[in-house]
Design a protein around this ligand. Sequence first.
Ligand code: SAH
Ligand code: SF4
Ligand code: F3S
Length: 439
Amino acid sequence: MSEPKKLFIKTYGCQMNVYDSERMSEALGGQGYVETKTPDDADMILLNTCHIREKAAEKVYSELGRFKGLKAENPDLKIGVAGCVAQAEGEEIMRRQPLVDLVVGPQSYHRLPEMEAKTRAGEKALDTDFPEEDKFEKLKNRPKAKRGPTAFLTVQEGCDKFCAFCVVPYTRGAEVSRPADRIIREAHDLVERGVREITLLGQNVNAYHGAGPNGDMTLAGLIWELNKVDGLERIRFTTSHPNDMADDLIEAHGTCDKLMPYLHLPVQSGSDRILKRMNRSHTAESYLRLIERIRAARPDIVMSGDFIVGFPEETDEDFQATMDLVEEVKYGYAYSFKYSTRPGTPAAERAQVDPAAADERLQRLQALITRHQREIQDGMVGRTVRVLFEKPGRQPGQMVGKSEYLHSVHVRGAEIATGDLKKIRITESGANSLAGELL
Ligand code: SAH
Ligand code: SF4
Ligand code: F3S
């Protein structure tokens, strides 16, 4: 048998890219590739790129430039660009960087094996179509290797919301849900391979409406089906849009035992004027009422969110409204970004906020979020949580895992293995994680 070829994948951006990179690696596994941790000995390098913020494309070009020496040493080395920059730039990538052999958009990963073969024949391969087929179904080349206790599973992709700042509807295309039976089959397969927690992924995951046995299924319906999978202990999902938070999903947070008490529900701004300009189609008030209902269903739920500061035309008053909303919600986690212009999106044409003012706002918002985050984390001390252990910690005899609320928890001096789910009493709250003892 010939020596396996080596594949180096570098992943940028969101969790969906992480999932996609695994699928690409499995698909190329069928072509005799095994993954390697360094580009130096690779026969194929794939950059799985993200386009969400400015200069993403420039970074990809400079990264690609650095592979020039490797290609000179190994003329058989193939270089590919995947992900959202590939989708956005297409052929332009090969024009600007002749080192690139392959450009594949997120909807075309199932064609990767053919494309790889084409590059081996000395041709360039490009595919950034949006075909009407389940690419993951076509990617079924799954080696039954054991894997860690947590996994992502894409259930929905693309977005029809067209927020005025965002490239995702252009790079990931229109919203598509995968049929429920395929997702459930994939969940069983993951559990057989050692997975105990699955995070359902979608750019708009709570808009899920995949075909089920009796018509379209909602995300809550899918979660209830997954709740029946023996050996699966935990279900999470991300990312949700406030407008798709259906009643059955809110209710599931109170009644579905495997659904974890954590919800990522981005709001982006607390100012109705800005929300309107963002094309978010919800208000600060409707968002706050929604959170009230979620907390009524599941009082201990930890909320997380995303914010953009310095969106075009944002005034001090608009920003204050964001601070007020954060003060009211008290997020356990939140991600805040300075607005970054994405060419081709409606907001790119508008009056930009002074960058120094935006920086200052971002710092103030992050300080407030950090304070709440810390308060919520500190509030766990003395409580008993269930921790799913993922790996050994840095110190000898230490294991690290996640609580229901997604806090990292360190435990020392106990017999714990990766994949164990144990009751832990929290004794300490550190900078970014908790420590506890086995009960
Ligand atoms: N579908 C998800 C988010 C996808 S992008 C949702 O609707 O929430 C992830 C986050 O990146 C967004 O929530 C937003 O906060 C941020 N983001 C997207 N475009 C941005 C831009 N142009 N500038 C700054 N942040 C942006
Ligand atoms: Fe982007 Fe808005 Fe769609 Fe989220 S909902 S992916 S922010 S357009
Ligand atoms: Fe980035 Fe594409 Fe994800 S732009 S955030 S990799 S959907």
